[in-house]
Design a protein around this ligand. Sequence first.
Ligand SMILES: Nc1ncnc2c1ncn2[C@@H]1O[C@H](COP(=O)(O)OP(=O)(O)OP(=O)(O)O)[C@@H](O)[C@H]1O
Ligand SMILES: [Mg+2]
Length: 363
Amino acid sequence: MTEADILKALSNVQEPDLGKDLVTLNMVKDIAIDGNNVSFTIILTTPACPMKDMMSNASINAVKLLVNKEANVQVNFTSNTSTNRKDNNILPGVKNVIAVISGKGGVGKSTVAANLALALSEGGAKVGLMDADIYGPSVPIMFGVRGERPMMRDVNGKGMIVPLEKYGMKLMSIGLLVDEKNAVVWRGPMASSAIKQFVTEVDWGELDYLVIDMPPGTGDIHLTIMQTVPVTGVVIVTTPQPVALADAKKGIAMFAQAQINVPIIGLVENMAYFTPAELPENKYYIFGKDGGKKLAEEYDLNFLGQIPLIQSIREGGDEGTPAMVNNDDSAKDAFIHFASNAVRNIAIRNANLPRTKVVEVVA
Ligand SMILES: Nc1ncnc2c1ncn2[C@@H]1O[C@H](COP(=O)(O)OP(=O)(O)OP(=O)(O)O)[C@@H](O)[C@H]1O
Ligand SMILES: [Mg+2]
């Protein structure tokens, strides 16, 4: 067996999402051969890659089938989270920025954003959570950090805000920086400049993913953020309820506009159904059935999953321990499934779509 034999065999193994083979994608390194033993490392596009086992099995089969049926194949994994950025003046160490939006308020953006960030972090990625909801920040309560005062650090002669660290990831909320009572009445330029300052003056360091919890709706604040931060893609949250779906359509329309054109990573349906603990087989579709799923189909968006309505999700959010750090497996499973769908689609986006840059709206 030679290194060339192994590479030739692995050029028959596809990265299922990217539709190209591992060798063409430069995903194979450190091939070592010793008699019948061969090992190599596959470089994944995200640490929590759900396709890992599939690629491992396909690689072992390819080597046995095409090179040596006696081979003992050991597949190792490492990751180098893909990015699609070029201009890194803003948030220089951040590879991907995911904005979590909804049209309607109260559908669970903050809950979804927080648990997405935690699920990615649990999967091994370096993650930050930015709460940019200037009118109703939730991260301080959801993470039990209300009243904490962030520190400042000097970065190249500029004072930068140091994010807090909790549950293995970084977080910062505009609610920790501005007085809530004042912020509620801010409009226009004041809100705009506060948000600009907030998104550019936090020193996030090196991150695979920065998740932004956005304010509800589709207004000026959203535009300001998109014009300041290069957003890799947005995740749309909706409940299955008709009023939420109608507002979600406005969100879809905003991001699909030619002047904005930020890719939509996909749509997640929150509060999809309720299952009482004593009747685990039953599902009650309190807000309607599959509304988000159907909306995703209608607009040809990736459907990222359904999060059930679970009491512990609400309690965890109120008590500073989001669902991902609680012990309710059905909630955790739903968030992990959703998060892995989201990062899969980000990797696909990074491989196929134009570079991420800030939105430049020409009036
Ligand atoms: N799947 C769920 N199961 C149970 N409770 C949930 C679920 N999702 C969200 N909630 C609860 O619903 C309330 C609203 O959720 P959340 O604050 O995440 O919504 P939001 O869209 O961010 O709201 P806003 O528009 O005000 O920012 C919270 O109390 C939260 O704990
Ligand atoms: Mg919120």
